[in-house]
Design a protein. Structure first.
Length: 237
């Protein structure tokens, strides 16, 4: 009985180790493909400073980067400090960003966070997750983008698109974006997190689209799962 228990425990342990190695191998394959396709990567959102980066990331929720850049192209040459947006007021901010989805909610967040930055941070964007996530309209994903792209701090910003791709590629069990972030950080080197965030986004847009690949046709999906035959249904974040 004792030997049987030991054998069973050893089997489960080896099965777990095999699963971990499988994830690690997939991560290495994915990393290699992404680096080959995107050896260098550009930040998709245009900004003038860390504050305007924060505003652009906030505006990008439920909106394309192209649309955000088209709108902010006429804003940032003139308005690029919290003091500018506080002086503008909520209604004028709404007029400036009215071509962007849920612009009234976003205008309110921009106006309130501008006032808060002036009051509590001398008009400067804080460089910690804790302080960033206290700002109106700023969640963990937005804070992660600002920390990585604005301050160069290692962060792995996970949105619904990266969450979907990580499931397709077998890097996470798909429970939620928080778990996906932990899994990706565990599987990839910290020094590559900032670049990988953008590489995955670009790859998803170009090759592994939500209503195109379905986990069956792109280079990464076929490399990681050559025997997959049925479309993969991913869990929403």
């Amino acid at each position: 009985m004792v030997n049987e228990k030991k054998t069973r425990a050893l089997f489960h342990e080896r099965s777990y180790e095999f699963q971990i190695m499988s994830e690690i191998q997939r991560a290495k394959v994915i990393h290699k493909i992404l680096n080959k396709i995107y050896p260098t990567i550009k930040v998709p959102l245009k900004s003038r400073n860390v504050f305007t980066l924060l505003i652009s990331v906030l505006l990008s929720a439920q909106c394309t980067d192209v649309n955000v850049n088209n709108v902010t192209r006429d804003i940032y040459p003139k308005y690029y400090k919290p003091q500018h947006f506080k002086k503008l007021g909520r209604r004028k901010i709404e007029k400036l960003i009215k071509k962007i989805g849920i612009f009234r909610i976003k205008a309110k967040s921009i106006y309130n966070l501008s006032k808060l930055l002036i009051k509590q941070h001398d008009g400067k964007v804080p460089n910690t997750f804790e302080e960033l996530e206290k700002l109106p309209g700023v969640g963990h994903k937005t804070a992660s983008v600002v920390m990585s792209q604005g301050f160069g701090y290692p962060a792995f910003a996970v949105d619904t698109h990266i969450h979907r791709l990580a499931q397709r590629w077998g890097l996470t069990n798909g429970k939620n974006v928080e778990q996906t972030e932990k899994d990706l950080k565990r599987l990839f080197p910290e020094k590559d997190w900032n670049k990988l965030h953008l590489q995955i986004i670009y790859y998803g847009r170009e090759y592994c689209k939500a209503r195109d690949c379905y986990g069956l046709t792109c280079k990464i999906c076929t490399s990681c799962y050559p025997n997959r035959r049925k479309p993969l249904i991913t869990k929403k974040a």
